[in-house]
Design a protein around this ligand. Structure first.
Ligand code: CP
Ligand code: NVA
Length: 305
C-alpha cells in the first residue's frame, strides 16, 4: 500500500508514471470515454479547511472512475478533538478504500497514514500540497511538451504550495528560483532538501528576495496568496510586506516572452496577481484548475485500483 503524502516519497520515474496516467485519462475523457477502474470503490474525504477545487475534482474524479466519494466536513469529525486521529483512521479505513484529507497540521496526515489500512492522499496541509504540484507539472508538460531544462520562478510567500512545487521541479529537472520577502522564506529543511535534489538532477535552485531577478529567463511564473488558510490574523502585516511581490504586467514582461503565468487558486486578485495578468493570454490558471481533476484521477487510479 502506498500513500500520497509528499512528492519527496516518489522517484522521478514514479512521478512520470503519474503524469503519463493523467494524460491517458485526460485524453480518454476528452474522447468521450472513461475507465471504470475504481468501480464500487469509495473515497472518504476529510476536510478541516474550505475547498473548491480539491473537493470537487476528487469527487468528480471518483465518479468518472466508477467509484464514489464521501465528503466529511470540518464539523463532523473535528479531527483530533472529538476523536483521536488514530481512531478516525482505523474506523474510516474499515469503510472506505482510500482517504483524502485536507488538514492544518501535517503531523495529523502522517498519523492518519500510520493507522489507516487504506491509502491516504494529502489534499493540502500547512506544510505542503503535493496534488497541486503534480497537477501543475502536468500543466507545464502539456504546454511545453517537456519539463527538463525549463525555468520556474515562484514569487510570493514561502508556503505549502511552493514547498511541493520546488521538490517536484528539482526531481524532474526544472530550474527553480524562489523569491520571497526575507521573513517569509521556505523553511531551512525544505531548502536543504531541494538543494540536494537539485544537485542530483543538475539543475539550478536559487533563493532570492528579488522578484525581478527571479523572473529573468523564466518559462513559468508562479504565485499564490500572501496569506494562507489559517494565517488570517497575519493578513494586515503581510499586506504591508508583500506588495513588491505582485505579479503584474511589468514583472511578467521581464520573463521570456512565451512565459506562462500560474496560480493554484483561489486568487486574491489585486494583491498577489493583477486582473490584467490573471486574465491574459499568458495565464494558464484555469487549465491548472482543470488539470487537478486529471492528475488526481491518475493518483486515485494508481493507488486505489
Ligand atoms: N488549489 C486548491 O487546492 O484549491 P481549493 O482550496 O479550492 O481546493
Ligand atoms: N497556500 C494556500 C493554498 C490554497 C490552495 C493556502 O494554504 O491557503
Amino acid at each position: 500500500m502506498q500513500h500520497f503524502l509528499q512528492i519527496a516519497d516518489f522517484s522521478a520515474d514514479e512521478l512520470r508514471q503519474f503524469l503519463h496516467k493523467a494524460k491517458e485519462l485526460k485524453d480518454e475523457l476528452k474522447a468521450g470515454g472513461n475507465q471504470p477502474i475504481l468501480r464500487g470503490k469509495v473515497l472518504g474525504m476529510i476536510f478541516q479547511k474550505p475547498s473548491l477545487r480539491t473537493r470537487v475534482s476528487f469527487e468528480v474524479g471518483m465518479l468518472h472512475l466508477g467509484g464514489h466519494a464521501i465528503f466529511i466536513s470540518p464539523n463532523e469529525i473535528s479531527l483530533g478533538k472529538r476523536e483521536s486521529v488514530a481512531d478516525v483512521a482505523q474506523v474510516l479505513s474499515g469503510y472506505v478504500d482510500g482517504i483524502m484529507a485536507r488538514v492544518f497540521s501535517h503531523e495529523h496526515l502522517m498519523e492518519l497514514a500510520q493507522y489507516s489500512q487504506v491509502p491516504v492522499i494529502n489534499g493540502l496541509s500547512d506544510y505542503n500540497h503535493p496534488c497541486q504540484a503534480l497537477s501543475d507539472i502536468f500543466t507545464i508538460w502539456e504546454r511545453f511538451n517537456q519539463v527538463r531544462g525549463l525555468k520556474l520562478a515562484y514569487v510570493g510567500d514561502g508556503n505549502n504550495v511552493v514547498t511541493s512545487l520546488a521538490v517536484i521541479c528539482a526531481k524532474l529537472g526544472m530550474h527553480i528560483t524562489v523569491a520571497t520577502p526575507k521573513a517569509y522564506q521556505l523553511s531551512a529543511e525544505v531548502v536543504t532538501q531541494v538543494r540536494n535534489l537539485a544537485e542530483e538532477s543538475e539543475i539550478n535552485f536559487a533563493i532570492t528576495d528579488s522578484p525581478t531577478d527571479a523572473v529573468a529567463e523564466a518559462d513559468v511564473i508562479y504565485t499564490d496568496v500572501w496569506t494562507s488558510m489559517g494565517q488570517e490574523s497575519e493578513t494586515e502585516q503581510r499586506l504591508k510586506v508583500f506588495p513588491p511581490y505582485q505579479i503584474n504586467r511589468k514583472l511578467v514582461s521581464l520573463a521570456k516572452p512565451e512565459a506562462i503565468v500560474m496560480h493554484c487558486l483561489p486568487a486574491h486578485r489585486g494583491e498577489e496577481i493583477t486582473n490584467e495578468v490573471a486574465d491574459s493570454s499568458q495565464s494558464v490558471i484555469f487549465q491548472q484548475a482543470e488539470n487537478r481533476l486529471h492528475a488526481q484521477k491518475a493518483i486515485l487510479a494508481l493507488l486505489l485500483s
